[in-house]
Design a protein around this ligand. Structure first.
Ligand code: HEC
Length: 450
Protein backbone atom coordinates (compact mmCIF):
# COMPACT_ATOMS: atom_id res chain seq x y z
CA UNK A 1 0.00 0.00 0.00
CA UNK A 2 1.07 3.52 -0.74
CA UNK A 3 1.96 5.03 2.60
CA UNK A 4 2.53 8.67 3.26
CA UNK A 5 4.57 9.50 0.18
CA UNK A 6 2.14 8.24 -2.35
CA UNK A 7 -0.84 9.60 -0.55
CA UNK A 8 0.84 12.94 -0.11
CA UNK A 9 1.35 13.25 -3.85
CA UNK A 10 -1.93 11.74 -4.90
CA UNK A 11 -4.22 13.58 -2.55
CA UNK A 12 -4.22 17.09 -4.08
CA UNK A 13 -5.02 15.82 -7.59
CA UNK A 14 -7.58 13.43 -6.23
CA UNK A 15 -9.32 15.66 -3.80
CA UNK A 16 -8.62 19.28 -4.65
CA UNK A 17 -7.12 21.79 -2.28
CA UNK A 18 -5.62 20.63 0.97
CA UNK A 19 -6.34 23.08 3.75
CA UNK A 20 -3.89 23.70 6.54
CA UNK A 21 -6.41 24.70 9.15
CA UNK A 22 -5.00 22.59 11.93
CA UNK A 23 -1.35 23.11 11.06
CA UNK A 24 -0.74 25.05 14.26
CA UNK A 25 -1.80 22.07 16.35
CA UNK A 26 0.66 19.87 14.50
CA UNK A 27 3.71 22.08 15.05
CA UNK A 28 6.20 20.55 17.42
CA UNK A 29 6.10 22.23 20.80
CA UNK A 30 8.93 23.19 23.12
CA UNK A 31 9.70 19.52 23.66
CA UNK A 32 11.77 19.61 20.47
CA UNK A 33 14.36 21.64 22.35
CA UNK A 34 14.46 19.24 25.27
CA UNK A 35 16.24 16.45 23.43
CA UNK A 36 19.85 15.94 24.43
CA UNK A 37 22.53 15.13 21.88
CA UNK A 38 24.14 11.77 22.54
CA UNK A 39 27.54 11.98 24.20
CA UNK A 40 26.64 15.20 26.07
CA UNK A 41 26.06 15.51 29.81
CA UNK A 42 23.32 13.33 31.30
CA UNK A 43 19.86 14.82 30.88
CA UNK A 44 18.23 16.18 34.02
CA UNK A 45 14.63 16.19 35.15
CA UNK A 46 14.07 19.92 35.21
CA UNK A 47 15.83 20.83 31.98
CA UNK A 48 15.16 17.84 29.75
CA UNK A 49 12.52 15.49 31.13
CA UNK A 50 9.84 17.77 32.54
CA UNK A 51 9.20 19.52 29.19
CA UNK A 52 8.51 16.10 27.62
CA UNK A 53 6.21 15.08 30.47
CA UNK A 54 4.31 18.36 30.17
CA UNK A 55 3.78 18.04 26.45
CA UNK A 56 3.19 14.31 26.08
CA UNK A 57 2.17 12.76 29.39
CA UNK A 58 0.43 15.11 31.83
CA UNK A 59 -2.78 15.24 29.80
CA UNK A 60 -3.39 11.82 31.39
CA UNK A 61 -0.80 11.64 34.16
CA UNK A 62 -2.18 14.27 36.52
CA UNK A 63 -4.71 14.02 39.34
CA UNK A 64 -8.24 13.16 38.20
CA UNK A 65 -7.20 11.88 34.76
CA UNK A 66 -6.87 8.35 33.44
CA UNK A 67 -3.15 7.78 34.03
CA UNK A 68 -2.55 5.63 37.14
CA UNK A 69 -0.04 8.10 38.63
CA UNK A 70 0.72 11.81 38.25
CA UNK A 71 3.97 12.79 36.50
CA UNK A 72 4.16 16.42 37.53
CA UNK A 73 6.89 16.64 40.14
CA UNK A 74 10.42 15.30 40.35
CA UNK A 75 9.52 12.98 43.22
CA UNK A 76 6.64 11.49 41.23
CA UNK A 77 8.66 10.95 38.07
CA UNK A 78 11.82 9.66 39.76
CA UNK A 79 9.94 6.75 41.30
CA UNK A 80 8.83 5.69 37.82
CA UNK A 81 12.07 6.41 35.94
CA UNK A 82 12.69 2.79 34.98
CA UNK A 83 9.07 2.23 33.96
CA UNK A 84 9.07 5.46 31.96
CA UNK A 85 12.15 4.30 30.12
CA UNK A 86 10.65 0.87 29.44
CA UNK A 87 7.23 2.08 28.32
CA UNK A 88 8.51 4.87 26.11
CA UNK A 89 11.26 2.78 24.52
CA UNK A 90 8.62 0.18 23.61
CA UNK A 91 6.38 3.01 22.32
CA UNK A 92 3.67 1.74 24.67
CA UNK A 93 3.46 5.26 26.13
CA UNK A 94 2.10 7.64 25.12
CA UNK A 95 -0.61 5.37 23.71
CA UNK A 96 -1.16 5.71 19.97
CA UNK A 97 -2.49 3.13 17.57
CA UNK A 98 -2.33 4.57 14.06
CA UNK A 99 -0.04 2.78 11.64
CA UNK A 100 3.09 4.88 11.29
CA UNK A 101 3.74 6.25 7.80
CA UNK A 102 0.08 6.61 6.79
CA UNK A 103 -1.39 10.03 7.35
CA UNK A 104 -0.29 12.75 9.77
CA UNK A 105 -2.33 13.47 12.86
CA UNK A 106 -2.74 16.71 14.78
CA UNK A 107 -3.29 14.78 18.02
CA UNK A 108 -0.47 12.26 17.64
CA UNK A 109 1.28 12.41 21.03
CA UNK A 110 4.15 10.12 19.98
CA UNK A 111 7.66 10.94 21.11
CA UNK A 112 10.50 11.53 18.69
CA UNK A 113 13.41 9.08 18.73
CA UNK A 114 15.52 11.82 20.39
CA UNK A 115 12.96 12.28 23.18
CA UNK A 116 12.87 8.54 23.80
CA UNK A 117 16.69 8.55 24.04
CA UNK A 118 16.56 11.47 26.46
CA UNK A 119 14.17 9.65 28.82
CA UNK A 120 16.26 6.46 28.61
CA UNK A 121 19.52 8.32 29.27
CA UNK A 122 17.95 10.12 32.23
CA UNK A 123 16.80 6.85 33.79
CA UNK A 124 20.18 5.22 33.10
CA UNK A 125 22.01 8.10 34.80
CA UNK A 126 20.04 7.53 38.01
CA UNK A 127 17.25 10.04 37.26
CA UNK A 128 19.10 13.23 38.28
CA UNK A 129 17.01 16.26 39.24
CA UNK A 130 19.27 19.03 37.95
CA UNK A 131 18.64 22.70 38.59
CA UNK A 132 15.00 23.62 39.31
CA UNK A 133 15.69 27.03 37.72
CA UNK A 134 16.05 25.24 34.37
CA UNK A 135 12.45 24.01 34.58
CA UNK A 136 9.84 25.24 32.15
CA UNK A 137 6.91 27.11 33.74
CA UNK A 138 4.33 24.60 35.03
CA UNK A 139 1.81 23.71 32.40
CA UNK A 140 -1.59 25.17 33.12
CA UNK A 141 -4.43 22.64 33.07
CA UNK A 142 -8.12 23.20 33.62
CA UNK A 143 -9.11 21.31 36.74
CA UNK A 144 -11.47 18.49 35.84
CA UNK A 145 -11.29 19.14 32.09
CA UNK A 146 -8.93 18.69 29.19
CA UNK A 147 -10.40 21.69 27.41
CA UNK A 148 -10.20 25.33 28.59
CA UNK A 149 -12.79 26.17 31.27
CA UNK A 150 -16.14 25.36 29.59
CA UNK A 151 -18.60 28.18 28.89
CA UNK A 152 -21.40 25.79 29.77
CA UNK A 153 -21.58 22.41 31.47
CA UNK A 154 -24.65 20.20 31.12
CA UNK A 155 -24.81 17.40 33.64
CA UNK A 156 -27.29 14.55 33.56
CA UNK A 157 -29.83 15.82 36.12
CA UNK A 158 -30.36 12.41 37.77
CA UNK A 159 -27.58 9.94 38.58
CA UNK A 160 -27.81 6.45 37.13
CA UNK A 161 -27.53 3.54 39.59
CA UNK A 162 -25.74 0.52 38.20
CA UNK A 163 -25.87 -3.02 39.53
CA UNK A 164 -22.74 -4.96 40.46
CA UNK A 165 -23.14 -7.58 37.73
CA UNK A 166 -24.79 -8.24 34.40
CA UNK A 167 -25.55 -6.33 31.21
CA UNK A 168 -27.06 -2.87 31.35
CA UNK A 169 -29.25 -1.72 28.46
CA UNK A 170 -28.39 1.57 26.77
CA UNK A 171 -29.46 4.29 29.17
CA UNK A 172 -30.69 7.66 27.95
CA UNK A 173 -31.10 11.00 29.62
CA UNK A 174 -32.56 14.01 27.83
CA UNK A 175 -31.28 17.40 28.98
CA UNK A 176 -32.96 20.54 27.62
CA UNK A 177 -30.54 23.35 26.77
CA UNK A 178 -33.20 26.10 26.96
CA UNK A 179 -31.07 27.95 24.40
CA UNK A 180 -33.01 30.91 23.01
CA UNK A 181 -30.67 31.17 20.03
CA UNK A 182 -28.28 28.83 18.25
CA UNK A 183 -24.97 28.15 19.95
CA UNK A 184 -21.81 27.06 18.14
CA UNK A 185 -19.50 24.65 19.90
CA UNK A 186 -15.77 24.81 19.24
CA UNK A 187 -14.68 22.35 21.91
CA UNK A 188 -16.57 19.62 23.70
CA UNK A 189 -15.63 17.07 26.33
CA UNK A 190 -17.67 14.31 27.99
CA UNK A 191 -16.81 13.40 31.59
CA UNK A 192 -18.47 10.40 33.22
CA UNK A 193 -18.39 10.55 37.01
CA UNK A 194 -17.61 6.80 37.14
CA UNK A 195 -15.23 6.26 34.25
CA UNK A 196 -14.78 2.53 34.89
CA UNK A 197 -18.48 1.94 34.22
CA UNK A 198 -18.74 3.63 30.86
CA UNK A 199 -18.25 1.43 27.81
CA UNK A 200 -19.02 4.34 25.55
CA UNK A 201 -21.29 7.34 25.39
CA UNK A 202 -22.77 9.44 22.63
CA UNK A 203 -24.14 12.93 23.18
CA UNK A 204 -26.70 13.88 20.52
CA UNK A 205 -28.26 17.21 19.66
CA UNK A 206 -32.02 16.69 19.33
CA UNK A 207 -33.58 19.62 17.53
CA UNK A 208 -36.88 21.08 18.70
CA UNK A 209 -39.81 19.16 17.22
CA UNK A 210 -37.82 16.02 16.49
CA UNK A 211 -39.80 12.78 16.60
CA UNK A 212 -36.88 10.84 18.06
CA UNK A 213 -37.63 9.48 21.56
CA UNK A 214 -40.88 11.40 21.52
CA UNK A 215 -42.79 10.75 24.70
CA UNK A 216 -39.68 9.87 26.67
CA UNK A 217 -39.25 11.51 30.06
CA UNK A 218 -36.99 14.56 30.21
CA UNK A 219 -34.30 14.94 32.84
CA UNK A 220 -34.30 11.38 34.16
CA UNK A 221 -32.71 8.14 33.04
CA UNK A 222 -34.61 5.58 30.97
CA UNK A 223 -33.85 2.67 28.67
CA UNK A 224 -35.44 2.19 25.30
CA UNK A 225 -36.88 -1.15 26.41
CA UNK A 226 -38.47 0.25 29.53
CA UNK A 227 -39.99 3.03 27.52
CA UNK A 228 -41.18 1.54 24.32
CA UNK A 229 -41.03 -2.21 24.49
CA UNK A 230 -38.47 -4.25 22.66
CA UNK A 231 -39.84 -3.87 19.18
CA UNK A 232 -39.19 -0.15 19.20
CA UNK A 233 -35.62 -0.53 20.32
CA UNK A 234 -34.22 -0.23 16.82
CA UNK A 235 -36.19 2.95 16.36
CA UNK A 236 -34.67 4.43 19.52
CA UNK A 237 -31.16 3.59 18.36
CA UNK A 238 -31.61 4.89 14.83
CA UNK A 239 -31.54 8.66 14.75
CA UNK A 240 -30.39 11.25 12.29
CA UNK A 241 -29.72 13.75 15.09
CA UNK A 242 -26.31 15.40 15.04
CA UNK A 243 -23.70 13.81 17.27
CA UNK A 244 -21.93 16.30 19.51
CA UNK A 245 -19.28 13.85 20.68
CA UNK A 246 -18.61 10.14 21.01
CA UNK A 247 -16.83 9.21 24.23
CA UNK A 248 -15.00 5.94 24.83
CA UNK A 249 -12.06 4.84 27.00
CA UNK A 250 -9.01 6.92 26.20
CA UNK A 251 -10.86 9.20 23.80
CA UNK A 252 -10.08 12.88 23.51
CA UNK A 253 -12.27 16.01 23.52
CA UNK A 254 -13.55 17.45 20.24
CA UNK A 255 -11.72 20.60 19.19
CA UNK A 256 -12.15 22.61 16.02
CA UNK A 257 -10.41 25.60 14.47
CA UNK A 258 -12.04 29.01 15.08
CA UNK A 259 -13.68 28.91 11.66
CA UNK A 260 -15.62 25.75 12.53
CA UNK A 261 -18.13 24.62 15.10
CA UNK A 262 -20.87 22.18 15.93
CA UNK A 263 -24.33 23.72 15.99
CA UNK A 264 -26.83 23.46 18.81
CA UNK A 265 -30.00 25.09 17.46
CA UNK A 266 -32.30 27.18 19.64
CA UNK A 267 -34.54 25.01 21.80
CA UNK A 268 -32.56 21.82 21.20
CA UNK A 269 -32.08 19.08 23.77
CA UNK A 270 -28.89 17.20 24.48
CA UNK A 271 -29.44 13.46 24.64
CA UNK A 272 -26.93 11.37 26.58
CA UNK A 273 -26.87 7.80 25.29
CA UNK A 274 -24.82 5.88 27.83
CA UNK A 275 -23.60 2.36 27.40
CA UNK A 276 -22.70 1.25 30.91
CA UNK A 277 -20.83 -1.82 32.03
CA UNK A 278 -20.87 -3.39 35.45
CA UNK A 279 -17.67 -3.66 37.45
CA UNK A 280 -18.38 -6.20 40.21
CA UNK A 281 -19.69 -3.64 42.67
CA UNK A 282 -22.68 -1.31 42.53
CA UNK A 283 -21.85 2.10 41.08
CA UNK A 284 -23.39 5.47 40.33
CA UNK A 285 -22.69 7.63 37.30
CA UNK A 286 -23.72 11.15 36.46
CA UNK A 287 -21.97 12.25 33.30
CA UNK A 288 -21.37 15.85 32.19
CA UNK A 289 -20.62 17.45 28.88
CA UNK A 290 -18.54 20.65 28.81
CA UNK A 291 -18.86 23.12 25.94
CA UNK A 292 -16.59 25.92 24.76
CA UNK A 293 -18.45 28.16 22.33
CA UNK A 294 -17.20 29.89 19.21
CA UNK A 295 -16.93 33.62 19.86
CA UNK A 296 -18.82 34.33 16.64
CA UNK A 297 -20.77 32.10 14.24
CA UNK A 298 -18.23 30.11 12.25
CA UNK A 299 -18.14 29.79 8.47
CA UNK A 300 -18.27 26.03 8.63
CA UNK A 301 -20.32 23.52 10.51
CA UNK A 302 -18.85 20.26 11.79
CA UNK A 303 -20.94 17.14 11.26
CA UNK A 304 -20.23 13.63 12.53
CA UNK A 305 -21.12 10.97 9.99
CA UNK A 306 -20.67 7.24 10.08
CA UNK A 307 -19.99 4.32 7.81
CA UNK A 308 -21.69 1.31 9.33
CA UNK A 309 -22.06 -2.32 8.38
CA UNK A 310 -24.35 -4.19 10.77
CA UNK A 311 -25.13 -7.30 8.75
CA UNK A 312 -21.90 -9.27 9.15
CA UNK A 313 -21.52 -12.72 10.67
CA UNK A 314 -18.01 -13.49 11.95
CA UNK A 315 -17.53 -17.27 11.85
CA UNK A 316 -16.23 -19.12 14.93
CA UNK A 317 -12.41 -19.22 15.12
CA UNK A 318 -11.93 -16.84 12.15
CA UNK A 319 -8.64 -15.09 12.85
CA UNK A 320 -8.81 -12.27 10.30
CA UNK A 321 -12.40 -11.75 9.20
CA UNK A 322 -12.92 -8.72 6.97
CA UNK A 323 -16.02 -6.50 6.95
CA UNK A 324 -16.32 -3.61 4.56
CA UNK A 325 -18.64 -0.69 3.87
CA UNK A 326 -18.40 2.31 1.61
CA UNK A 327 -20.38 5.41 0.88
CA UNK A 328 -20.12 8.46 -1.34
CA UNK A 329 -20.27 12.04 -0.20
CA UNK A 330 -23.35 13.77 -1.60
CA UNK A 331 -21.76 17.22 -1.28
CA UNK A 332 -18.35 18.82 -1.01
CA UNK A 333 -16.86 18.37 2.44
CA UNK A 334 -13.66 18.96 4.36
CA UNK A 335 -12.59 15.78 6.12
CA UNK A 336 -11.42 16.51 9.67
CA UNK A 337 -11.09 13.35 11.75
CA UNK A 338 -11.87 9.66 12.24
CA UNK A 339 -13.18 7.63 15.17
CA UNK A 340 -13.46 3.88 14.58
CA UNK A 341 -15.55 1.72 16.86
CA UNK A 342 -15.49 -2.07 17.34
CA UNK A 343 -15.55 -4.35 20.37
CA UNK A 344 -13.23 -7.00 21.81
CA UNK A 345 -12.73 -9.02 18.62
CA UNK A 346 -11.63 -5.95 16.67
CA UNK A 347 -8.16 -6.29 15.19
CA UNK A 348 -7.65 -3.53 12.62
CA UNK A 349 -9.71 -0.70 11.19
CA UNK A 350 -8.92 1.18 8.00
CA UNK A 351 -10.34 4.20 6.21
CA UNK A 352 -9.64 4.54 2.49
CA UNK A 353 -10.51 6.83 -0.36
CA UNK A 354 -11.49 4.97 -3.49
CA UNK A 355 -10.44 6.89 -6.58
CA UNK A 356 -12.46 7.09 -9.78
CA UNK A 357 -10.10 4.52 -11.25
CA UNK A 358 -10.92 2.17 -8.38
CA UNK A 359 -7.54 2.65 -6.77
CA UNK A 360 -7.46 2.56 -3.00
CA UNK A 361 -5.76 5.42 -1.16
CA UNK A 362 -5.26 4.58 2.51
CA UNK A 363 -6.07 7.41 4.92
CA UNK A 364 -5.71 5.65 8.27
CA UNK A 365 -5.02 2.20 9.66
CA UNK A 366 -5.68 1.67 13.36
CA UNK A 367 -4.28 -1.33 15.22
CA UNK A 368 -7.32 -1.86 17.35
CA UNK A 369 -7.26 -1.84 21.11
CA UNK A 370 -10.71 -1.86 22.69
CA UNK A 371 -9.37 -0.11 25.79
CA UNK A 372 -8.00 2.81 23.81
CA UNK A 373 -10.69 4.22 21.57
CA UNK A 374 -9.41 7.41 20.07
CA UNK A 375 -10.09 10.00 17.46
CA UNK A 376 -7.52 10.62 14.76
CA UNK A 377 -7.50 14.27 13.72
CA UNK A 378 -5.95 15.02 10.35
CA UNK A 379 -2.97 17.38 10.61
CA UNK A 380 -4.21 18.84 7.33
CA UNK A 381 -7.95 18.67 6.77
CA UNK A 382 -8.68 17.19 3.37
CA UNK A 383 -11.11 18.78 0.96
CA UNK A 384 -13.26 16.13 -0.77
CA UNK A 385 -15.51 16.73 -3.75
CA UNK A 386 -19.11 15.54 -3.87
CA UNK A 387 -19.17 11.95 -5.06
CA UNK A 388 -15.91 10.99 -3.38
CA UNK A 389 -16.13 7.39 -2.20
CA UNK A 390 -14.97 6.67 1.36
CA UNK A 391 -14.47 3.12 2.49
CA UNK A 392 -14.16 1.64 5.96
CA UNK A 393 -12.74 -1.84 6.46
CA UNK A 394 -12.66 -3.73 9.74
CA UNK A 395 -10.88 -6.96 10.57
CA UNK A 396 -11.87 -9.18 13.48
CA UNK A 397 -10.01 -11.90 15.34
CA UNK A 398 -12.48 -14.46 16.64
CA UNK A 399 -9.76 -17.03 17.33
CA UNK A 400 -8.51 -18.19 20.70
CA UNK A 401 -5.24 -16.39 19.95
CA UNK A 402 -7.05 -13.11 20.70
CA UNK A 403 -6.58 -12.70 24.47
CA UNK A 404 -9.66 -10.46 24.72
CA UNK A 405 -11.98 -12.84 22.88
CA UNK A 406 -14.91 -13.72 25.19
CA UNK A 407 -15.77 -16.88 23.19
CA UNK A 408 -14.10 -18.14 19.99
CA UNK A 409 -16.67 -20.91 19.52
CA UNK A 410 -19.59 -18.74 18.45
CA UNK A 411 -20.57 -16.87 15.29
CA UNK A 412 -20.62 -13.16 16.10
CA UNK A 413 -23.10 -10.60 14.85
CA UNK A 414 -23.85 -6.95 15.46
CA UNK A 415 -24.97 -6.15 19.00
CA UNK A 416 -24.69 -3.55 21.74
CA UNK A 417 -22.94 -5.67 24.32
CA UNK A 418 -19.21 -6.26 24.22
CA UNK A 419 -19.76 -9.97 23.60
CA UNK A 420 -21.26 -8.99 20.23
CA UNK A 421 -19.52 -6.79 17.70
CA UNK A 422 -19.90 -3.43 16.04
CA UNK A 423 -18.47 -1.94 12.89
CA UNK A 424 -18.75 1.84 12.88
CA UNK A 425 -16.42 4.24 11.14
CA UNK A 426 -17.34 7.65 12.53
CA UNK A 427 -15.80 10.61 10.74
CA UNK A 428 -16.15 14.36 11.08
CA UNK A 429 -16.49 16.73 8.18
CA UNK A 430 -16.91 20.48 7.83
CA UNK A 431 -19.53 21.89 5.47
CA UNK A 432 -20.91 25.41 4.94
CA UNK A 433 -22.53 26.61 8.16
CA UNK A 434 -26.08 26.67 6.76
CA UNK A 435 -26.16 22.95 5.90
CA UNK A 436 -27.48 20.36 8.33
CA UNK A 437 -26.93 16.63 8.42
CA UNK A 438 -30.30 15.68 6.99
CA UNK A 439 -29.69 17.87 3.99
CA UNK A 440 -26.16 16.76 3.58
CA UNK A 441 -25.86 13.08 4.01
CA UNK A 442 -27.14 10.07 2.16
CA UNK A 443 -25.27 6.89 2.83
CA UNK A 444 -24.58 4.33 0.16
CA UNK A 445 -23.45 0.83 0.99
CA UNK A 446 -24.73 0.85 4.53
CA UNK A 447 -27.33 -1.85 4.81
CA UNK A 448 -28.35 -0.63 8.21
CA UNK A 449 -29.13 2.89 7.13
CA UNK A 450 -27.95 4.21 10.45
C1 HEC B 1 -3.87 9.23 26.78
C2 HEC B 1 -3.47 9.07 28.16
C3 HEC B 1 -2.01 8.81 28.49
C4 HEC B 1 -0.91 9.49 28.03
C5 HEC B 1 -0.87 10.67 27.06
C6 HEC B 1 0.22 8.87 28.64
N1 HEC B 1 -0.19 7.86 29.46
FE1 HEC B 1 1.02 6.61 30.55
N2 HEC B 1 -0.61 5.54 31.13
C7 HEC B 1 -1.91 5.83 30.85
C8 HEC B 1 -2.77 4.80 31.41
C9 HEC B 1 -4.29 4.77 31.36
C10 HEC B 1 -1.92 3.86 32.03
C11 HEC B 1 -2.33 2.56 32.75
C12 HEC B 1 -2.79 1.52 31.77
C13 HEC B 1 -1.77 1.10 30.81
O1 HEC B 1 -0.61 0.83 31.21
O2 HEC B 1 -2.07 1.05 29.60
C14 HEC B 1 -0.56 4.35 31.82
C15 HEC B 1 0.57 3.69 32.29
C16 HEC B 1 1.85 4.24 32.26
C17 HEC B 1 3.00 3.65 32.89
C18 HEC B 1 3.04 2.36 33.68
C19 HEC B 1 2.79 2.65 35.12
C20 HEC B 1 3.06 1.47 35.99
O3 HEC B 1 2.35 1.32 36.99
O4 HEC B 1 3.96 0.70 35.67
C21 HEC B 1 4.06 4.47 32.66
C22 HEC B 1 5.49 4.33 33.13
C23 HEC B 1 3.57 5.58 31.87
N3 HEC B 1 2.22 5.40 31.64
C24 HEC B 1 4.33 6.62 31.41
C25 HEC B 1 3.87 7.58 30.51
C26 HEC B 1 4.74 8.57 29.92
C27 HEC B 1 6.21 8.76 30.22
C28 HEC B 1 3.97 9.30 29.07
C29 HEC B 1 4.41 10.41 28.17
C30 HEC B 1 5.60 10.23 27.40
C31 HEC B 1 2.62 8.77 29.15
N4 HEC B 1 2.61 7.73 30.03
C32 HEC B 1 1.52 9.27 28.44
C33 HEC B 1 -2.35 6.92 30.14
C34 HEC B 1 -1.54 7.79 29.41
Amino acid sequence: MGGLGRRGRAAPALAGAVLALLAAAARPGPQARAAVPSGGPAPTFYRNVLPILQQHCQSCHRPGEIGPMPLESYAQARRYAAAIRRKTSARAMPPWFAQRGIGRWANDPSLTAAQIRTLAAWAAAGAPAGDPRAAPPPRHWTRGWNIPPPDRVFRMPVAVHLPAHGDVAYTYEIVPTHFRHAHWVRMVEVRPSSRANVHHAVVYVRPRGSGWLRGAPVGEPFTAESLLGRRYLRNALATTSDILLVYAPGSAPGRWPHSMGEKIPAGADLVFQMHYITSGRPAVDQASVGLVFNRKPPAQRVLTLQLTNSSFVIPPHAANYRVEVHGSLPGNATLLSFFPHMHLRGKRFAYNLIGRDGRIHPLLIVHWNFYWQRSYILAKPLFLKAGTVLQAVAWYDNSSANPHNPNPNVAVRWGDQTTSEMMVGFFDIAVPANINKQRYFAERGSRAGR
